[in-house]
Design a binder for this molecule. Structure first.
Ligand SMILES: [Ca+2]
Ligand SMILES: [Ca+2]
Length: 286
């Protein structure tokens, strides 16, 4: 097994501590449990106007506690995780959802909509799960992943496979499976999804330009600072566009990455480092 430099581990441990503080700080067990129960089925329909939050939660928790082992087993089968790891990751998800739910309940109470909340704290019409803000904080704190705003947003979209605006339990587990244990093929597909900004199946010159424009330092006195970026786009295109049609298809990208793995993150960081992954898993199961 590859050894990680001590400095890296130390930093990672601090990060994990900060994320566990983040997920546990000030959360009431009852809220966590209710939000967790809500996550199991990822239902978005409303319980009906006038059903109290407490009533809905207790009914749902009774039903869903019975399903828990089956759900964990289904999640385990579709990911690279063991049963113990799956259970631990589900618990982290529950805590994060609970912290999201707390925030939303606070906001709803402030606007007088508290009674209309569905169980789990999601406001009517809003999908249960992790929202962008919580997810972003997690990428930063737990995986030391700090990257361009556009990439942070695209990583969220790559996790949120149903495009419902939140990362649900299934999204969470399959996304982390790629992040933490993904094969080269899986990571290639993930990165392509992130870089294909408009989801049309190709990375075009315009998309490459958007992704690479902040890579180059602007020199004072540059007449056209975009020129350097355009040159860089052409250079990367020559490397990646294996069929020479002027845009990068998944096939192009896959072929290029198989030959040279460094091209995997050619358009910007979108996966956590191996050290950050190992530390996350070690802390998770300790
Ligand atoms: Ca595209
Ligand atoms: Ca091509």
């Amino acid at each position: 097994m590859e050894t990680i430099p001590a400095r890296r581990i130390g930093k990672g441990e601090a990060l994990i501590k900060s994320v566990s503080l983040f997920v546990t700080s000030g959360r009431k067990a009852s809220v966590a449990a209710a939000a967790a129960a809500a996550a199991w089925k990822s239902r978005t329909e409303r319980q009906g106007d006038g059903v109290s939050v407490k009533e809905a939660r207790s009914r749902k928790m009774g039903d869903e506690a019975k399903c828990l082992p089956r759900i964990v087993e289904a999640l385990r089968r579709n990911t690279h995780f063991s049963r113990q790891e799956t259970e631990a990751l589900v618990r982290v998800y529950q805590k994060l959802v609970a912290s999201s739910a707390d925030m939303m309940a606070g906001q709803a109470a402030g606007s007088g909509q508290g009674a209309l909340l569905t169980s789990g704290g999601a406001a009517p019409g809003v999908c249960e799960g992790l929202d962008r803000a919580v997810f972003r904080e997690l990428l930063h704190n737990a995986f030391d992943l700090v990257t361009e705003d556009v990439l942070m947003d695209r990583i969220f979209c790559a996790f949120d496979r149903t495009c419902c605006g939140s990362v649900r339990l299934e999204d969470w587990m399959s996304g982390l499976s790629v992040f933490l244990r993904g094969t080269l093929e899986e990571r290639t597909a993930f990165c392509f999804l992130v870089y294909d900004l408009n989801n049309d199946g190709f990375i075009t010159r315009d998309e490459m330009f958007s992704l690479l424009k902040n890579c180059l330092m602007k020199q004072p006195g540059d007449e056209d600072p975009d020129e350097g970026v355009k040159d860089l786009v052409e250079l990367v295109l020559r490397k990646l566009d294996t069929d020479r049609d002027g845009k990068i298809s998944f096939q192009d990208f896959q072929t290029a990455v198989r030959e040279e793995q460094l091209l995997l993150e050619a358009f910007g960081l979108c996966l956590p480092s191996e050290g950050a992954c190992q530390t996350f898993m070690a802390t998770l199961c300790s």
